[in-house]
Design a protein around this ligand. Sequence first.
Ligand code: NDP
Length: 396
Amino acid sequence: MHKVLIIGAGGVGGVVAHKCAQNSEVFGEIMLASRTLSKCDAIATQIKQLRGRDIATARLDADDVAETVGLIKDYAPALVINVALPYQDLPIMDACLETGVDYLDTANYEPRETAKFEYSWQWAYRERFEQAGIMALLGSGFDPGVTNVFCAYARDKLFDEIESIDILDCNGGDHGHPFATNFNPEINIREITQAGRYWNEGQWIEIDAMSEHRMFDFPGVGERKAYLLYHEELESLVEHVPGLKRIRFWMTFGDEYLTHLRVLGNVGMTSIDPIEFKGQKIVPLQFLKALLPDPSSLAENYTGKTSIGCLVAGTKDGKAKKVFIHNITDHAETYKEVRAQAVSYTTGVPASVGAEMMLTKQWHRPGVWNMEQFEPEPFLKRLAEAGLPWQVEDRQ
Ligand code: NDP
């Protein structure tokens, strides 16, 4: 039995806390810490009601390394699960280094002032983590996360050679709001308003944001229009899937969502450049976030399903082969189980399974690692048992 510290009490943090609380054999003691203590306490109350388990809570500003070091020293966890925002990745990694504690997250570092994400900042910690004898597991959500493990499974078990991978992310659900984001609005809008980027024949190709789309038949949802985006797992998978010629990431958006986004962009509301307003500096995107529904509040009336997976093409035994490895999750079912919508659920469950892999030493090596650098099968087995069953569908 182990002690874990979860940082971040948003939609994802709530699911991680519930899933860890369901598994007392591995997670003996749990603390949930975040910037707003009342959010931690509300989740703790829900866990007590639904699962009969007590979890500890604390207020923490994880931008402050000394404060995080203090909390880690007091609580003495075996692992810190970071499900706050990407801005907190480096300060929390610094606190883990200082205290000699393992680290896990679900999204790579982003500097606040530039809407840009890449692994370079976190990969730069490899040697220091290795020397300290501690491990960091990066991107243990769904995408990145499960999608990386699906690719590792295809690489190790299903194919002799992989030529192309298309990661396809569809939320076919309906939350009843004209415009809302399914995870932190600031991070989400920064991500999708960036230029699209994909890997082809040894080089990165950049295209205008949302300028390329295709129809795809998503199991459990049906035909949907998916747009090409840049996504962080492309960067690590290019390194770890030998011989890969092309990798792209696609996400579905409804027409209404895109119309709102275009209008908000045109009037400057998605900008991250501060403006002067009545003697105060405000960042328009942060102001917009304050107006939009909190992603965790969407859960109660959400209907429909998510369908996310990897379309992998290559050869096996000299023959062409194509498969779609995917998971389908129902928003109403996840609400019933942990009071969360499926986007938070599909992120929080893999975070708890990644944590279990580390704590049980099934995945454990000092250094900083991406998900596809470990054996996929133990993770995939536990993922299905923990609530995210997956299928391999032939797409010849
Ligand atoms: P939310 O905005 O709902 O939650 C973020 C939480 O972090 C909030 O409780 C917030 O506190 C807290 N927080 C923010 N800053 C700090 C700080 N300085 N110190 C302590 N706590 C802080 O986001 P989500 O739960 O939707 O997403 C959480 C993470 O999961 C994000 O990094 C997101 O990018 C990632 N994600 C990954 C996915 C994947 O598949 N890999 C998919 C979806 C999300 P407060 O309540 O006070 O604002």
